[in-house]
Write a protein that binds this ligand. Structure first.
Ligand code: URA
Ligand code: ZN
Length: 394
């Protein structure tokens, strides 16, 4: 890619440390890892929509047959290997990655195990960053199923880790979503510690939404292309309606997949609030407009694969919207299917091309305003917003 002398930064890139994979291998309900005859890699099964195929495949396996449909996705070395992450970065000229545990994080752990496992997984990420000093930073995982005391002490702990720049959070929060008043002390603690929340979907929409043909015929397209973005949109809109951004004005969030559909729907959200009799009578309208929140507390990643969505994201993010958008890849999800995984990934080149196209096709290193905006989105914004500098690296 080579964006002039600007650094290219990938802020949306995941890993499952080997310890996490072991946990998934030991599980009997999703998320889990299973091997099946006919598939060289073990399979990673994460989503509700994958359960019917998983059950059929388990039944076939127990009859000693190879399953007709293999569930989930191959769990390749891309998910756990640091060497592979660095190779991916070299291949795509990515200077810095801000890595995060992939979904569903620690959401399924028991109250007792969540705290110690969070500490150990965050230590894994810390070690990897230390080893690649200056090339890697991370968003930590929180033990959200543990007590509030444990969660708060985890926040204090990760805030002191030298490469931690925020936390990755799903939409379930403590189990009741992100508009849960019990989350307020946690949001305050994150804001006070200046830790960015990277909000990422996992649960999608209920299976029935996709209709009876989906499981057999449409693969992962509907839950990933539509379910994930709607989930994010709903979660952040609930936070907004609950007044979280008013009550925690220093809270900063980075929304996956350019905020789902938030940039496109922000006007409609505003209008529905303005015309809502209940909110009007109860006086519970959020104080800040959604546009104010988008231009002051929300950052968006650029993982939408098209300049059309990116332009909406920039415009929705206010007059300096181009400074609130950050390039990402979603590695190791979406590997190329028709070419070597060691080579170029279209999921990366599409996002890079979309950024250039969104700014009038500005070229690498171009000294125009548009060229500067491209370099900002490709890395400069992330370096500035997340303070991705580390002195003293050998
Ligand atoms: N699928 C997932 O489960 N997670 C991602 O981050 C991307 C695709
Ligand atoms: Zn992701």
């Amino acid at each position: 890619m080579g964006f002039g002398d600007g650094k290219v930064v990938d802020i949306h890139t995941h890993m499952y440390p080997p310890e996490y994979v072991k946990i998934l291998e030991s599980r009997t309900t999703i998320p889990l890892v299973r091997s099946f005859p006919g598939s060289s890699d073990p399979r990673l099964i994460l989503l509700d929509t994958e359960v019917p195929i998983l059950e059929e495949a388990e039944a076939a396996k127990s009859r000693g047959e190879a399953p007709l449909n293999i569930p989930g996705r191959p769990l390749t070395k891309h998910y756990s290997s640091l060497t592979q992450k660095m190779h991916f970065m070299e291949t795509h000229q990515i200077d810095i990655s801000v890595v995060s545990l992939a979904n569903p994080w620690l959401d399924f752990l028991s109250e007792d195990e969540a705290g110690p496992i969070a500490e150990s997984i965050n230590a894994d990420f810390s070690r990897m960053c230390e080893e690649k000093c200056g090339r890697l930073f991370f968003f930590a995982a929180l033990p959200l199923t543990a007590s509030q005391e444990v969660i708060l002490s985890s926040i204090a702990h990760v805030a002191g880790l030298p490469y931690c720049r925020g936390v990755i959070l799903g939409t379930s929060g403590l189990g009741k979503g992100l508009d849960d008043p019990d989350l307020l002390p946690i949001f305050h603690a994150l804001a006070d510690a200046r830790l960015m929340i990277f909000l990422h979907p996992h649960y999608g929409l209920p299976n029935e939404v996709w209709g009876p043909r989906a499981t057999e015929n449409y693969g992962h397209v509907l839950p990933l292309a539509l379910g994930f973005p709607m989930e994010t949109t709903i979660a952040v809109t609930r936070m907004y309606l609950a007044g979280v951004f008013d009550q925690v004005p220093q809270l900063n969030m980075l929304l996956a997949h350019s905020g789902g559909t938030l940039p496109f729907l922000a006007g409609r959200i505003e209008s529905c609030i303005l015309h809502d009799g209940h909110l009007h009578a109860a006086g519970t309208k959020p104080k800040k407009t959604i546009w104010e929140v988008l231009s002051s507390q929300i950052f968006l990643d650029a993982v939408v694969y098209s300049d059309v969505g990116l332009k909406a994201a920039v415009q929705a993010s206010g007059p300096e919207g181009h400074e609130r958008l950050m390039f990402g890849t979603d590695h190791p999800f979406f590997p190329p299917l028709g070419s070597d995984e060691e080579g170029e990934w279209e999921s990366v080149t599409w996002n890079g091309a979309a950024v250039r196209k969104a700014f009038g096709g500005a070229e690498d290193g171009e000294e125009s305003d548009e060229g500067k905006k491209v370099r900002g989105v490709m890395g400069g914004n992330a370096v500035k917003v997340l303070n991705l500098r580390r002195d003293g690296c050998r």
